[in-house]
Design a binder for this molecule. Structure first.
Ligand SMILES: [Zn+2]
Length: 202
């Protein structure tokens, strides 16, 4: 016996989300069935607007409501440090540590030989331009490679450190002590804040 299509279709959709199995998906749908219509209306409104109201910041490549985003357009944030992160989640995690005041750049991925993600697949031209602009306005620049301490993060960090080797640029990495193989987005704010504070030069 199958569920009516209205239920089964939603179960199938939820099942495709990361870490959601069919049983959990089923629970989500039955929870929604019991919710009041206003709540469901709001849920579906947020869902259908998810991509509609977002832009990509032309300076840091973050998803944002504005271009440039709030961080890039914030004159109080010094342009002498550029923190390179893999994705928006990592940027938000670093922001939540309240230990960092500079600017960001989002790679949108990491070099991964198994999944065939090569340096050419990353926005390195855009990153080079961004670094050039920052160097034109400031004599020195610190680039923080805030990448996860796993194989992909290490490979990408080595690649970038070599690529941007320049006497005007100090390249640093997050301090050791982060669990090896970890994903930055799952590291607690305290540990991440400490790793940022005690970062070291490459
Ligand atoms: Zn931005």
């Amino acid at each position: 016996m199958k569920y009516p299509a209205a239920i089964q279709n939603l179960i199938d959709q939820f099942s495709q989300l990361p870490s959601v199995g069919p049983k959990t998906a089923e629970r989500y749908v039955f929870y929604l069935l019991k919710s009041n219509p206003e709540k469901i209306q709001l849920f579906s409104q947020y869902l259908s607007n998810l991509k509609k109201d977002l832009k990509i910041c032309s300076q840091c490549l973050a998803l944002s409501e504005n271009d440039p985003c709030l961080i890039c357009s914030d004159k109080n944030r010094p342009e002498t440090t550029l923190c390179i992160v893999a994705n928006l989640q990592d940027m938000i995690s670093l922001e939540n540590t309240r230990q960092y005041q500079g600017k960001y750049f989002i790679l949108g991925g990491l070099i991964n030989t198994i999944e065939n993600i090569r340096p050419d697949d990353l926005p390195l031209k855009k990153l080079t331009e961004r670094i050039k602009t920052l160097l034109a306005a400031n004599t020195n620049l610190e680039i923080i490679l805030a990448l996860s301490p796993n194989l992909e993060g290490e490979t990408t960090a080595l690649y970038l450190a070599k690529m941007f080797k320049n006497p005007q640029i100090k390249i640093t990495r997050l301090a050791r002590g982060l669990p090896s193989g970890a994903n930055l987005e799952y590291v607690d704010e305290m540990t991440l804040g400490q790793a940022l504070k005690y970062r070291h030069t490459v």
